[in-house]
Design a binder for this molecule. Structure first.
Ligand code: NAD
Ligand code: UDP
Length: 314
């Protein structure tokens, strides 16, 4: 039986990934320091005979024997990664060195959860993997953007220098159940505000765009890339359907039948004006395409947050 390590396995994406790996019959080890993840996300897995949980910070070396490493550990929402910017850099640099060292020693295949933030505020649209990006190296988002860019550099150097079998995946905005209630990302914020009949906070004029991928599509892509041979990437994974933030708010208001109003707030610094993945490479290489439409995925997300809010109120 293959043994797989998921760093950040108690987070939003990590918990869905652990679940899918267990469903596929793989022995799954989750390592997490619970900074932005939660035991609640994996509570239902704790009694699974093939699941193991290690509470550890990956900036410290980890000694386990594994065949594959999905390296997701890193806070992903701007509120969380800016909370302790230096720690975010340490997680991306020291944590990634530790996990690549582990991959080198165990000869495990290594997949890095990188991000569309490596493109910064892009001047090329939609963004292909060949675009090098337009990133502010000294801004509030730099700890994350530059941290991930360096994590990519490390993965490529371990690949070239030490023959580590790597995969770099650039994830575009992904949403779904188990996003943290307090993480400040646009989907969780707007859904919770709509359900609570509070004003929906739109930063800037709301005309900035993002492309939203439902979590099950992302996880399928992740596993297919890990299982493919000789594709170090980088590969974009995301839904190429581009929406303005105002459009997203309108869909959420419609689906929640909410009468909440809209409140405009200042645009945070370095907030990218537009973002949309060019997914032709991943389509061609592993035949991956997102299947879940925005309204369908949002409905599942709304149902999840509704249940969470009901639990909190009871
Ligand atoms: P998340 O914050 O829910 O999950 C990250 C997990 O990593 C958490 O459980 C957290 O506790 C853990 N973690 C953080 N620092 C750690 C450390 N030093 N040691 C051990 N564990 C640590 O975020 P997510 O949305 O699930 O994102 C997972 C990964 O995917 C991240 O690397 C993120 O950069 C990447 N990503 C996500 C998105 C998205 O839209 N969700 C987009 C681009 C990239
Ligand atoms: N945003 C917003 N209202 C919110 C939270 C976010 O208008 O309550 C905007 C934010 O400024 C950005 C977009 O929505 O332009 C996506 O933000 P998120 O933090 O989800 O992801 P990222 O900026 O990292 O893509």
């Amino acid at each position: 039986m293959k043994r797989v390590l998921v760093t950040g396995g108690a987070g939003f994406l990590g918990s869905h990934l652990c679940e899918s790996l267990l469903e596929r019959g793989l022995e799954t080890i989750c390592v997490d320091n619970f900074f932005s993840g939660s035991k609640d996300n994996i509570r239902h897995l704790l009694s699974h005979p093939h699941f193991e949980l290690i509470r550890q910070d990956i900036i410290h070396p980890l000694f386990v024997e594994v065949d594959q490493i999905y390296h997701l550990a890193c806070p992903a929402s701007p509120i969380h990664y800016q909370y302790n910017a230096i720690k975010t850099v340490k997680t991306n640099v020291m944590g990634t060195i530790n996990m690549l060292g582990l991959a080198k020693r165990t000869k495990a295949r290594f997949l890095l959860a990188s991000t569309s933030e490596v493109y910064g505020n892009p001047e090329v649209h939609p963004q292909p993997e060949t675009y090098w990006g337009h990133v502010n190296p000294i801004g509030l988002r730099s700890c994350y953007d530059e941290g991930k860019r360096l994590a990519e550099t490390l993965a490529m150097d371990y690949h070239r220098q030490n023959k580590v079998d790597i995969k770099i995946v650039r994830i575009f905005n992904t949403y779904g159940p188990r996003m943290a209630l307090n993480d400040g990302r646009v989907v969780s914020n707007l859904v919770i505000q709509a359900l609570k009949r509070e004003p929906l906070t739109i930063y800037g004029d709301g005309l900035q765009t993002r492309s939203f991928c439902y979590v099950s599509d992302l996880i399928e892509g992740f596993i297919s890339i890990m299982d493919s041979d000789n594709i170090p990437g980088p590969l974009n994974l995301g839904n190429p359907e581009e929406r303005t933030i105002l459009e997203l708010a309108e869909i959420i208001l419609k689906l929640t039948q909410s009468s909440a109003t809209i409140e405009y707030k200042p645009l945070p610094s370095d907030d990218p004006i537009r973002r949309c993945p060019d997914i032709s490479s991943v389509k061609e290489k592993i035949n991956w395409m997102p299947k879940v439409g925005l309204e369908q995925g949002l409905q599942k997300t709304i149902d999840y947050f509704q249940e969470k809010l009901n639990l909190n109120n009871s």
